[in-house]
Design a protein around this ligand. Structure first.
Ligand SMILES: Nc1nc2c(c(=O)[nH]1)N(C=O)[C@@H](CNc1ccc(C(=O)N[C@@H](CCC(=O)O)C(=O)O)cc1)CN2
Ligand SMILES: Nc1ncnc2c1ncn2[C@@H]1O[C@H](COP(=O)(O)OP(=O)(O)OP(=O)(O)O)[C@@H](O)[C@H]1O
Length: 195
């Protein structure tokens, strides 16, 4: 009798499992270690920051590696920096310059509604898991999915950011709307994917 293969984790189950792993990992870090890792991430991103003109990142949620030191470094290089902005839960994500001052509709700090809109040529993208072809699973609301085609079309560099274990060697099955990313940066370094 044929033995059934173990069930392949579907996207939702994989997202949940990796969110738990990210939460446990972040909880295991001392503040000092975390700070050192986030400084290492900024260092890994240095060549990309140097090469860009306008970089947009994300304001970190509790378990995410922070790009804020990298944004600070970009500003010191004279680059324009931006963060995601939402008018409400149903509106499209835009990127705006300026300090994160308002808890947006997702409870994530964002710039003021009057801050200038920025079209980034480098986008640092939060994720739950990514494979070595650049296929990404995010929080599951499609915010980045809806934004990436336009930015890719405009020639922006699209780089996922996370803790090292968030890059996995198994292939993730992309959805038709998924735009594969150009690379992945973590405190362990920057990896650019073959296109
Ligand atoms: N830092 C960061 N900013 C980001 C994203 C992200 O993944 N990380 N997003 C990626 O697309 C967009 C926001 N997407 C989100 C999608 C779902 C939830 C959400 O379900 N939040 C839960 C509680 C979250 C938690 O703390 O675990 C909730 O509102 O109940 C939040 C943001 C844009 N900004
Ligand atoms: N280009 C698009 N236009 C309209 N809806 C889209 C688009 N891309 C994705 N969606 C919708 O968004 C929902 C979430 O998509 P998905 O699970 O791929 O999100 P994700 O990439 O994990 O999350 P996120 O981009 O928010 O970090 C899906 O139900 C999908 O139908």
């Amino acid at each position: 009798m044929a033995v059934p293969s173990p069930p392949v984790l579907d996207k939702g189950a994989l997202r949940d499992a990796m969110r738990r792993r990210r939460r446990d990992y972040a909880a295991s870090l001392t503040p000092e270690t975390r700070k050192r890792l986030e400084a290492q991430l900024a260092e890994a991103l240095d060549p990309l920051l140097f090469a860009c003109t306008r970089v947009a990142a994300y304001f970190p949620m509790k378990d995410e590696v922070s790009c804020l030191p990298a944004l600070e470094r970009a500003r010191a290089m004279g680059k324009t920096t931006a963060l995601p902005f939402f008018a409400d839960r149903d509106s499209r994500m835009t990127f705006r310059a300026g300090e994160p001052v308002d808890p947006g509709p997702w409870g994530i700090l964002q710039p003021d509604a009057a801050a200038a809109i920025v079209s980034p040529d480098l986008l640092l993208i939060p994720l739950i898991v990514i494979d070595i072809s650049g296929n990404r699973i995010g929080m599951g609301k499609g915010h980045y999915d809806r934004t990436l085609p336009g930015l890719r079309g405009a020639g922006a560099r699209l780089v996922g950011v996370g803790w090292p274990f968030q890059l996995v060697t198994e292939q993730l099955a992309p959805d038709p709307w998924d735009v594969p990313l150009d690379g992945f940066a973590s405190p362990d370094g920057l990896q650019e994917f073959a296109r």
